[in-house]
Ligand binder design. Sequence first.
Ligand code: CA
Length: 243
Amino acid sequence: MRNMPSVLVVEDESAIAELIAVNLRHNGFRPIWAMDSVTAQKDLDAGLPDLILLDWMLPGESGLVLAKRWRADPRTQSVPLIMLTARGDEADRVAGLDAGADDYIAKPFSTKELLARIRAVLRRRTPEQAGDALTVGALVLDPATHRVSFEERPLKLGPTEFKLLHYLMGHAERVHSRAQLLDKVWGDHVYIEERTVDVHVKRLREALLQAGNMVETVRGAGYRLTATPAVVVAVAVADKAGL
Ligand code: CA
């Protein structure tokens, strides 16, 4: 896991972008500034940030158009997004949230409020970064002590399997493509084959012992961690049929 969450700041006014960037840096975030939609798209193609701060009024494509596009793209749809705008009326607020924004901040804003909103959205959307213990079914992962247990029995995981499970448990029941897992678990700008994900998923399942079936393969889509694995149902049916 990266310890400094990155924030893509899409804002054409350099004075505001600078103010935001300075405050982000002082508060443990890594800002990436894009002054227009083209640059923002290039930055996103290069690697997914932990959060996007998106100004509504931009030259070229508006923030609203970008928000809709990024929400429609499976690669970017789960990146937390906060819209930033001088347009504060309710219709705009609703349009922003309808486009898939997690939150909405009207200019002028206090940097203190902005940081509080960013932390709140990150806590809500990426619980694995909050440092709290995660529980899915009988599976428990504690990032503070680096311990994993199933039905209160400790499990032994390698470092990559731990990171992979940490991410999957923070986003349980959702399907993640191999590319998304590479982005989120292995980090940006790490060019490794998607097959690597399969290898570590296999190791993770083995390390989880009887909880291994909680990591499901979703054909043609990727992987999902679920509290209610389909395999259990299949086994129950097989038992009933006397197989
Ligand atoms: Ca603007």
